[in-house]
Design a protein around this ligand. Structure first.
Ligand SMILES: [Zn+2]
Ligand SMILES: [Zn+2]
Length: 287
């Protein structure tokens, strides 16, 4: 039997298995309503892109490479200082983060769980969350993260449910409370630079996962990849926040994502998307 590292899954998914999305009303929710939770956005993205991604981006490594391509577009937009393009590219990066999770066969809660683990320090003193290194909100870490031993409390079910209902905008607000002042002081370039670093780290974890020699290594790299996707998401929210002088006047990822994907694929105008790997137009040119 051949070992396919990228397909080894904690629930036993193997090549040729289909990740069962029936309970997600696949192909039914063809519109993304405002105020959708992150999990609902993921389900919508899943319905929109599943067929195209299985055809064009069959492995997680294809998908993290596609995400890296988005990171390159972030740097291109930064170079010409075009905030409108940065916003648009940011929404594409969000979609590609979801595409990686989809390729891993992850559930709609996977990104939220990883984001909570990395960025929501929950304790009796910090029920509204805090930085997982210094425990504070706003974060008081300097460039070197403090070596403080923080003790987490078990998160009550109602808090977990509240976080599961959060929209992109709710998370963007949370990250602004946590890091907004620090990131604005560091500036747009350093924030975008950090986002692209995290995206590259996700690709590294994906590459390691695809070349792992044992199921244990696959699991470790899968876990690392999930946490890098959480980092990418956090810095994407950070990038949107520094596009404004405050959270209030910053563009919102919710608005941009809905504007681009809310009624189907922006390229082929279909739901589900029938594009090629690099959009409808490029695909037609190849024929
Ligand atoms: Zn901190
Ligand atoms: Zn399309």
């Amino acid at each position: 039997m051949v070992f396919f590292p990228h397909m080894a899954h904690k629930d036993g998914l193997r090549p040729g298995d289909s990740f069962a999305p029936e309970e997600w009303n696949y192909h039914e929710s063809t519109e993304l309503p405002p105020n959708s939770s992150l999990g609902e956005v993921f389900k919508f993205a899943h319905g929109l892109t599943k067929e195209r991604n299985e055809r064009r981006f069959p492995t997680p490594l294809h998908r993290t490479s596609h995400l890296v391509d988005g990171g390159g577009e972030v740097l291109d937009a930064l170079r010409v200082e075009n905030k409108e393009i940065l916003r648009k590219v940011g929404a594409k990066v969000a979609m590609r983060i979801f595409n990686v999770l989809q390729g891993l066969g992850e559930r709609d809660t996977a990104l939220i769980d990883a984001v909570i683990e990395k960025y929501y320090f929950y304790s009796a003193d910090t029920p509204e969350g805090g930085c997982c290194y210094c425990g504070e909100k706003p974060c008081v870490c300097g460039l070197d993260k403090p070596k403080k031993e923080l003790v987490r409390a078990d998160m009550p079910q109602e808090v977990r449910e509240k976080l599961a209902s959060w929209t992109f905008t709710d998370w963007q607000r949370y990250f602004d409370e946590l890091y907004g002042a620090n990131n604005r002081a560091r500036g747009l370039t350093l924030t975008a630079d950090r986002l692209t670093s995290e995206i590259i780290e996700a690709n590294t974890a994906s590459l390691r996962m695809s070349t792992a020699i044992s199921p244990e290594h696959v699991d470790a790299q899968r876990k690392a990849l999930l946490l890098e996707l959480a980092d990418s998401f956090a810095w994407l929210a950070g990038l949107y926040n520094v596009l404004g002088t405050s959270f209030e006047n910053a563009p919102k990822l919710d608005d941009e994502f809905i504007a681009i994907y809310g009624n189907g694929c922006p390229n082929c105008k279909k739901f589900p998307c029938v594009c090629g790997a690099f959009g409808y137009v490029a695909d037609r040119k190849q024929k």
